[in-house]
Design a protein around this ligand. Sequence first.
Ligand code: NAG
Ligand code: NAG
Ligand code: NAG
Ligand code: NAG
Ligand code: NAG
Ligand code: NAG
Length: 375
Amino acid sequence: MQRLITCILILGFISATFSNAETQVKFFNVMDFGAHGDGTSDDSNAIAKAWQGVCEDQGPASLLIPLSKIFLVKRLNISGPCKTPNVGIKFEGKIVAPSMNEWVGDSFSWIQIFNVNGLTIDADGGSIDGNGSTWWEKCRKCRRPTSLRFHGCNGLTVKSLSMSNSPGAHISVNGLDGALFSQININSPPNSPNTDGFDIAGSKNVAIEDSTLATGDDCIAINGGCSYINATRLVCQGGHGISIGSLGRNQSHETVEEVHVWNCSFIDTTNGARIKTWPGGSGYARKITYEEIILEDVQNSIIIDQFYGIKTPNEVPNKVEDAVKVSEVTFRGFKGTSASAKAINLNCSPSGSFAFCKNMVNGTFVDTVPKVSCV
Ligand SMILES: *[C@@H]1O[C@H](CO)[C@@H](O)[C@H](O)[C@H]1NC(C)=O
Ligand SMILES: *[C@@H]1O[C@H](CO)[C@@H](O)[C@H](O)[C@H]1NC(C)=O
Ligand SMILES: *[C@@H]1O[C@H](CO)[C@@H](O)[C@H](O)[C@H]1NC(C)=O
Ligand SMILES: *[C@@H]1O[C@H](CO)[C@@H](O)[C@H](O)[C@H]1NC(C)=O
Ligand SMILES: *[C@@H]1O[C@H](CO)[C@@H](O)[C@H](O)[C@H]1NC(C)=O
Ligand SMILES: *[C@@H]1O[C@H](CO)[C@@H](O)[C@H](O)[C@H]1NC(C)=O
């Protein structure tokens, strides 16, 4: 009997030690900081206060947005740097935006996360609803906020996040090195204006994996200053496909390189793979690969447009010989159906079209139907 008790005590000690290891992370539950979680009271300040606790903690710390509650957030700034390098957000509840009429502040962003290094957002069950339908009709041409903006957050991890109905782009990624987004589920109607899934700029080593992105505009837009961007095992639904650019607007110098889009499906999108540059710009888009792509009812499966933004010939700037150079582009293994006769559309810069076609010789089209005659 005594042996059994000793044994139980030892087991008890071992399991206590294990659970201590698990509970090392200190959670800051937003409910303890005055959040209501009723979907109608503004919980922005309570969440900001709880975040301050997380950010000033010395050890591993995490913001907890609990399950089964709805948090109305009018505007939220989460910023670092934080004291602990092990900082997280455990996001299980639901965050909703106010309607356009009740918006506060500018319409640049709704939730912004600035300068927090090593942040892990584990959103198993968590969702963000941008209440965008209150903007799309009334503010079709005016500036509509990006829902979730990451700026300067190196070593970011975001998993299992659901987002819907953003007024503008859903997620913007800017000025960071190292980010992994996985199991992201974005769901906005195909006719919602400029509701990009991801807008990435000025960042490197970013991977987006195993996600379904139903949007009204670019599934992913990869803008100037980006390198080493991977998009893997994604489903892009509705919207305009995975785009590089637009680059070179207003005669600017912009660069994008090492983009790898692999094992992705495009369903009912206007484009699959798209590279868009403005005439008169400079810089390059190079080392771009789209491989193992499945298309279902896509209008332009591949489109390279060096006249982006130009509607009439007299809008072409005088220095038309300038163009963002497009090179080392590979399209391999595109399969599926096209919704238009012009499945592959290459609108090259006229003075640069010879060089462009040379680039295409260096690039490769493998397994495409129709065959590309430019090569
Ligand atoms: C949020 O942060 C931005 C940039 O740091 C700042 O300009 C803005 O005033 C902040 N807004 C709020 C509500 O704190
Ligand atoms: C949009 O916001 C308004 C007011 O803040 C709210 O009553 C409505 O339920 C919201 N709609 C959605 C779809 O969240
Ligand atoms: C992108 O994919 C390549 C090839 O699989 C891999 O070597 C690289 O580490 C990936 N980059 C990121 C940021 O995941
Ligand atoms: C482009 O340049 C024009 C004229 O200089 C300016 O009015 C416009 O705001 C610029 N657009 C962008 C996106 O920078
Ligand atoms: C693409 O991803 C799917 C689903 O994850 C997988 O079943 C399939 O084998 C992958 N295709 C390739 C070519 O790796
Ligand atoms: C194409 O590749 C060849 C050999 O690698 C190289 O000499 C040439 O400059 C390349 N052309 C362009 C336009 O990049």
